[in-house]
Ligand binder design. Structure first.
Ligand SMILES: NC(=O)c1ccc[n+]([C@@H]2O[C@H](COP(=O)([O-])OP(=O)(O)OC[C@H]3O[C@@H](n4cnc5c(N)ncnc54)[C@H](OP(=O)(O)O)[C@@H]3O)[C@@H](O)[C@H]2O)c1
Length: 329
């Protein structure tokens, strides 16, 4: 398979720390051009990553050799650059959260479909094998019938002026456990209840949500900007619990653990715990390779990127709006 040429829009921290290093490691992708609002910054990034070409965002969009555009600008600018890229015939890998609201997500997906290109939201965490292990344990019946998902993501406060204070933390961190519950249950919630706690500038710094899934399954979600670091979830069933301590943001050299608790005998002393170590994996690289192989038709991806982006945007909007149903007719 020929490697796809990636154009970078925005010299962000996540591009520098994780995504460009993953592109460099990938057999299926290479960095073609780096775009920034500042020529100096673009040049600095280009030098650091041995990329010959750099320029503005428009230079990336109009570069004929670029196959895929990676967008990691503030969330309220994703739609603009995604549509410009898809109209120019480029595939798009857009950072989470994909955009500001469901209608905006629809416009992005429609533009991708009209221009016969692909669009993926960058939830890298789902490509980490630890979630596969969780699903295997559930399938093997280790926790009986699954009843609930409980996921939290929170961390010490981001410094003043960070881009997150413009779009809020539901779309920055709350979106992860919400996405994880959709993946673990492998379905979309039928009802959604959300409560967001906002500062004087109407930015949500924390919040909670309850999502109702089929057969009475529930997901409870909490996120906090300004807390002790936690990035967990647990799946609770009739016969046991599976938990992940580091579920969302995992460094590529970090060994994760999946913990299974169950009752060997029906009393407190009969409780058992098994821990499964999951080998380190660069989930950014896994995601990028999956996207590239889907684009080139080399290997089918495990889910429909565009539909998934819409489903996630739907739930996020409903949690954020305080509406009480996920049914959009
Ligand atoms: N998947 C993950 O693990 C992960 C982790 C962190 C963040 N993210 C996502 O990635 C995106 C970027 O986050 P980040 O923390 O890396 O952000 P960041 O370091 O603040 O970078 C954002 C970049 O956007 C560009 N930009 C364009 N318009 C801007 C404006 N009005 N104000 C500020 N910057 C502007 C800037 O690049 P130029 O100056 O070069 O134009 C800036 O470097 C967000 O969507 C975030 O949710 C994902």
């Amino acid at each position: 398979m020929k490697s796809l040429k990636i154009g970078i829009i925005g010299c962000s921290r996540i591009a520098k720390r994780s995504v460009i290093p993953a592109i460099i490691k990938s057999k299926y992708a290479e960095v073609e051009i780096i775009g920034s609002r500042s020529t100096e910054k673009a040049k600095e990034f280009a030098n650091e990553f041995n990329c010959e070409k750099f320029g503005t965002y428009e230079d990336v969009i109009s570069d004929d050799t670029v196959d895929v555009v990676y967008i990691s600008t503030p969330i309220n600018t994703h739609e603009e650059w995604s549509i410009k890229a898809t109209e120019a015939g480029k595939h798009v890998y857009v950072e989470k959260s994909s955009t500001t609201d469901f209608d905006s997500a629809m416009r992005m997906v429609e533009s991708a479909k009209e221009n016969n290109v692909r669009l993926m939201e960058g939830f890298m965490f789902r490509f980490h094998p630890q979630h596969q292990k969780v699903k295997e344990l559930i399938k093997e019946g280790k926790i009986g019938e699954v009843k609930s998902f409980n996921g939290v993501f929170g961390f010490p406060a981001f410094p003043k002026g960070d881009i997150r204070y413009d779009s809020g933390f539901l779309k920055d961190s709350g979106c992860y456990p919400i996405c994880a519950s959709r993946i673990i249950f492998d379905e979309e919630p039928s009802e959604v209840f959300g409560k967001l706690f906002k500062n004087e500038k109407y930015c949500d710094l924390s919040g909670s949500a309850i999502l109702l899934y089929k057969n009475g399954k529930t997901a409870t979600i909490s996120y906090i900007n300004g807390s002790y670091y936690q990035a967990k979830y647990e799946v609770w069933g009739t016969d046991g619990v599976i938990s992940l301590d580091r579920a969302y943001s995992v460094p590529p050299d970090f060994t994760t653990k999946v913990t299974l608790q169950y009752n060997a005998e029906n009393n407190w002393e009969g409780r058992r715990t098994e821990t499964f170590e999951i080998e380190p994996k660069d989930h950014f690289l896994e995601m990028l390779d999956t996207f590239c192989m889907e684009i080139t038709g080399t290997k089918k991806a495990p889910f429909d990127f565009e539909q998934d982006l819409l489903n996630q945007a739907n739930v996020i909007e409903l949690v954020g709006s305080g509406k009480d149903s996920a049914n959009r007719s």
